[in-house]
Design a binder for this molecule. Structure first.
Ligand SMILES: Cc1cc2nc3c(=O)[nH]c(=O)nc-3n(C[C@H](O)[C@H](O)[C@H](O)COP(=O)(O)O)c2cc1C
Length: 165
């Protein structure tokens, strides 16, 4: 329902004040095709059991693949992976073109470079307005030495550690 006190552009801009990392999330379709998309809605949920969440736009071409997949992999991107982030954010593009992948749990395509990676099993799915909220149980995780790529106010950013007081 449209709410007249809400300017949706301003709402989106204001949400963008909250800085996030950037992830690429991958899965396989029922027929074994590789699917992936860029998502910044990733967050931690629970330590025990180990749960994470992200949300997917109901208009995404990969909606069906992700809502039907039993497994997916979340790659937290490193600072130098901005081009890859753009490649996986382009609707309809051949997203895996030129990208080297290996096979993870249940054959899910895994990127070989990342800041951190979580292999997940679908645990819950919830209605979230124009998005579906996906909660995954983490089956396997790995961190690297890379610093993360950041996203803030609609732009990419790199980490600058605050000086010690
Ligand atoms: C930095 C960044 C973050 C994004 N975060 C999300 C997200 O959390 N959820 C989402 O559905 N789309 C997100 N998108 C948009 C999708 O990556 C984009 O719509 C993509 O083309 C969807 O793929 P598909 O329609 O081919 O499935 C984001 C895009 C960028 C550049």
């Amino acid at each position: 329902m449209h709410n007249p006190i809400f300017d949706s552009r301003e709402f989106r801009q204001t949400l963008g004040c909250f800085p996030t990392g950037v992830t690429i999330i991958t899965c396989l379709t029922a027929t074994g095709e590789q699917v992936g998309m860029t998502a910044s809605s990733f967050n931690s949920v629970s330590l025990d059991p180990p749960l994470v969440l992200w949300s997917i736009d109901k208009r995404a071409l990969s909606l069906q693949a992700f809502t039907q997949a039993k497994h997916y992999a979340i790659h937290v991107l490193a600072g130098h992976q901005q081009d890859l982030s753009n490649q996986f954010a382009r609707q309809g593009a051949d997203k895996f073109s030129g990208v080297s992948v290996t096979e993870g749990i249940a054959g899910v395509p895994l990127l070989t470079e990342y800041c951190a990676r979580f292999q997940c099993q679908t645990e819950h799915q919830y209605e979230g307005g124009d998005h579906i909220i996906l909660v995954g149980r983490v089956l396997d995780f790995k961190a690297t030495e890379y610093n993360p790529l950041l996203f803030h106010r609609g732009r990419y950013a790199l980490l600058e550690e605050a000086a010690l007081a």
